[in-house]
Design a protein around this ligand. Structure first.
Ligand code: AMP
Length: 253
């Protein structure tokens, strides 16, 4: 599913971005803003897997039961899928990984993959290796932290439209008419996994799974932590600044 209009030749390289953060931290919103600002694709392993399941590909057939149980699909399958996706043209200037890496093994695989230098280094922001056609890249890893009670508050307020999928929040982004979708008038619902009893479990699972990945990047001095507990625009500004800091050319164009 390459995004054709993102492969423009005139834009600078941005590099790989890994967004980490618990459910409800606002990763989805920030990822969309990064896509718009830097014109790089958002690559979600959950979406790619669901697409494979729907199309009954061999990968989809293997992944289906695992996903239904809520377990992680094997590293081999997921890394193979990500590797193929990253070689499409629209990812040559950079990309945002969403939902990946989820394990330390995946993070190690990603580092190895990025060392192979499949990316375009003819533009500012790429590491310049004389005579080389491609650069290897180091991911920019951004973790959005939000206080546990705030997350719980945000997640319990989340409502979605069962018809068009639009997301609302009774606390921060309410529908114009209480509990009714602005777009199609459908009655809004609470997603099963946004129910209070499930939220605690999801947040604990996030901590358990993501912590080793964050620690892996932290040990390498690559983890940038953003306080996601502030107005969205402030968080966006800080994230953009960090991305620009990494992707800016070392010395002028
Ligand atoms: P998500 O939409 O990110 O919550 O992912 C939905 C499901 O896809 C997860 O519950 C996993 O079963 C699977 N999945 C997504 N990303 C990964 C990954 N990086 N590694 C293993 N399984 C994944």
């Amino acid at each position: 599913m390459p995004n054709q209009d993102l492969s423009s030749q005139d834009l600078p390289n941005i590099g790989p971005i890994v967004l980490l953060g618990p459910p409800g931290a606002g990763k989805g919103t920030q990822a969309k803003r990064i896509v718009e600002e830097f014109k790089i694709p958002q690559i979600s392993t959950g979406d790619l897997l669901r697409d494979n399941v729907q199309r009954h590909t061999p990968l989809g057939v293997q992944a289906k039961a695992v996903m239904e149980r809520g377990d992680l699909v094997s590293d081999d399958l997921v890394c193979g899928m990500v590797g193929e996706r990253l070689q499409l043209d629209d990812a040559r200037r950079g990309f945002i990984l969403d939902g990946f890496p989820r394990t330390v093994e995946q993070a190690i695989w990603l580092d190895g993959f990025l060392q192979h230098g499949i990316f375009d280094n003819s533009k500012p922001g790429a590491s310049k290796v004389k005579g080389a056609k491609a650069a290897h890249w180091t991911p920019i890893v951004i973790r959005m932290d939000v206080d546990y009670n705030k997350l719980k508050f945000r997640l319990t307020g989340r409502r979605s439209c069962p018809v068009c999928g639009r997301i609302y929040n009774v606390h921060s982004q309410p529908a114009s008419v209480d509990e009714v979708c602005d777009v199609d008038g459908a009655k809004l619902v609470i997603r099963d996994d946004d129910r209070e009893e499930v939220i605690q479990e999801r947040l604990a699972a996030y901590d358990r799974l993501t912590k080793p990945v964050a620690d892996y990047y932290d040990r390498k001095g690559r983890l940038f932590v953003v306080n996601g507990d502030r107005p969205m625009d402030k968080v966006t500004a800080e994230i953009f600044q960090e991305i620009r800091r990494h992707s800016a050319p070392a010395s002028g164009h």
